[in-house]
Design a protein. Structure first.
Length: 221
């Protein structure tokens, strides 16, 4: 495991103050998220682990990390264990879900959330936060949507229709020249996504996307 993978939950003030829509992209605090779940069925799935890394504009803050493995109190389908490698015995001593959700709520306070297909993260976190009385009020950005927008506003090629459909994390990481060596680990994938987001942030202003308002228009979740 990489040295930056630390089990840290940063301390942040509580509350979800609104972020001004005209805030420049470089002035925004982002929290890049990834989760591992018991399944992808939103009706029955439960959270197994969550990883998050803070960014200030394009700067990745390795000291601002959040990683928890939680016990979902349900059986974990064997078909998903081969993906995330979290077995029932691995999560048996996991953190309490309610405490994890409260700590996460404080960690993401005042931040724009970023994730690859982030709607998956938003759905599970809103579901799991319900028991704590919290809801996610943060603006959220989907890096898959940002990538598609950049492709459409770049140089046309005959491969464009195919490239617009190839949106998995591994393919996009290769496209942006970033590497990860621990796929389907929530914190490792959050870091990989943060590295991709860093590359995207370097390009967006040159395409006319300089504020949160414009960013939400092209890739808001």
């Amino acid at each position: 495991m990489q040295s930056w993978l630390k089990r840290v939950s940063g301390s942040r003030e509580s509350g979800q103050a609104a972020i001004a829509k005209e805030t420049p992209l470089h002035a925004i605090r982002y929290v890049v998220l990834d989760t591992e779940l018991t399944s992808l069925d939103p009706r029955t799935n439960r959270l197994l682990s969550i990883g998050a890394i803070g960014m200030q504009g394009p700067s990745i803050r390795l000291g601002e990390q959040f990683y928890r493995v939680v016990n979902p109190q349900v059986s974990i389908p064997a078909s998903t264990v081969v993906v995330h490698k979290l077995r029932s015995e691995d999560v048996a001593e996991g953190d309490a879900l309610d405490r994890t959700m409260v700590d996460l709520y404080h960690f993401i306070a005042g931040a724009v959330l970023v994730g690859h297909f982030v709607e998956i993260e938003l759905k599970i976190l809103n579901k799991e936060m319900a028991s704590t009385g919290h809801t996610l009020e943060n603006p959220a950005i989907d890096t898959a949507k940002v990538h598609q927008w950049l492709l459409r506003h770049g140089t046309y090629s005959e491969e464009l229709p195919l490239e617009l459909e190839k949106l998995d994390l591994a393919t996009l990481a290769k496209f942006y020249g970033v590497k990860g060596d621990d796929p389907h680990h929530a914190l490792a994938d959050a870091f990989l996504t943060a590295c991709m987001w860093q590359k995207m942030l370097a390009v967006l202003p040159g395409k006319g996307i300089r504020t949160l308002r414009k960013l939400l228009r092209i890739a808001g979740a």
